[in-house]
Design a protein around this ligand. Structure first.
Ligand code: GFB
Length: 326
């Protein structure tokens, strides 16, 4: 597709560049004719309003990809409600307001499919936002992310800022958090099954009933979609980014067992929460704009497992934080 916003010659700040999403966006931007800006947490605390404004005044980004966030799986969300709410509110409010003050041309805010009501009609359309109660295990994170979407909308209406929002499905890929207490399901099960295969263990424990259904998107597909949206989308409504296909957690576990080559038994722990029963998004808005996902789940799991095997010695441990790209 031609036309649209030109990234050529622009200064692009990827906030959260050491997280899984930010790193994928940086890889994707490497082939573009733009100047990539990044800053680590040792130099800038994104929760500090004054520091964020000063840094942006100094660096003058034209484009911001807001991929910095406190993220984690169902247990991390459920057990650290204050941290997930406060840190995400601060990071997004500071960056969005500083982007207005420094006349950033385009900003892309990343939400999550968990912003939608727990029992939203499936597949979930963008218009489902705020039509029903949230899933209790991640309501804190969801409220913060909904506030970020609303900030982008409000800044468009009041100040004419060209700020947009994308809502990714459950993400996976290289650079994920593989810590068993704070990670999302896919990296957790990949690691558990890999370690079971190495130890010759006969069982692996899966939290909950195995019945919930999730939609998984490879992070490289997400990065490609985000650049597409920066170029071709300039609207107030959030845009879902996913494959439009979901899988039961029990089937994900079996598929991962095949990828790893382990033939043991999966056991379920119904004492752990299931969370939202089903989360699959309607991705027709993005498809109508001209973008669809390319990396199928089987292919994505195989390449992510290859990455895991070559990096398992240096993986992040017990840190759900991508704030701001440590
Ligand atoms: O990926 P996950 O932690 O988050 O869990 P959500 C998805 C499903 O997998 C739940 C089950 O039903 C879990 O109970 N599950 C099974 C496991 N075994 C495991 C395991 O070993 N680890 C984990 N983590 N889950 C998150 C939100 O919800 O989705 C976040 O809490 C964010 O805020 C993210 O929105 C995308 O999909 O339930």
């Amino acid at each position: 597709m031609s036309g649209g916003f030109d990234l050529g010659g622009r200064r692009v700040w990827v906030a959260g560049h050491r997280g899984m999403v930010g790193a994928a966006v940086c890889r994707r931007l490497a082939g573009e004719d733009c100047t990539l800006l990044t800053v680590g947490r040792e130099r800038l605390d994104l929760r500090d309003q004054r520091a964020v404004l000063d840094w942006m005044r100094d660096q003058r980004p034209d484009v911001v990809v807001l991929a910095a966030a406190r993220v984690g799986g169902i247990h991390a969300n459920d057990s650290q409600p204050a941290v997930f709410l406060y840190e995400n509110l601060m990071i997004e409010a500071n960056i969005i307001e500083a982007a207005r003050q420094t006349a950033v041309e385009r900003l892309l805010f990343l939400g999550s499919s968990c912003i939608y009501p727990r029992l939203a009609e499936q597949p979930i359309r963008e218009s489902s936002l705020l039509t029903g109660p949230l899933e209790p295990t991640n309501q804190w994170y969801a409220v913060a992310k909904i506030a970020g979407i609303k900030l982008c909308q409000a800044y468009r209406r009041q100040y004419g800022c060209r700020f947009i929002s994308a809502m990714p499905a459950n993400l996976y890929g290289p650079g994920d958090n593989f810590d068993l207490t704070t990670s999302h399901v896919l990296p957790a099960l990949m690691r558990k099954i890999h370690e079971a295969a190495e130890r010759g263990a006969e069982t692996v424990e899966v939290w909950g009933t195995g019945r919930p259904r999730r939609e998984f998107l490879h992070v490289d597909d997400l990065a490609d979609a985000l650049l597409f949206l920066l170029r071709h989308y300039d609207g107030e409504e959030p845009v879902n980014v996913g494959t439009g296909e979901d899988i039961a957690i029990a089937d994900l576990a079996r598929t991962l067992a095949d990828v790893v080559g382990w033939s043991g038994r999966i056991v379920y722990d119904p004492g752990k929460p299931d969370g939202t029963p089903r989360k699959v998004m309607d991705v027709s808005r993005l498809a109508d704009l001209g973008w669809t996902a390319r990396i199928g789940l089987t292919e994505g799991l195989a390449s992510t497992y290859a990455w895991f095997r070559s990096n398992s010695g240096t993986l992040r441990q017990s840190r759900p934080v991508v704030v701001p790209a440590a």
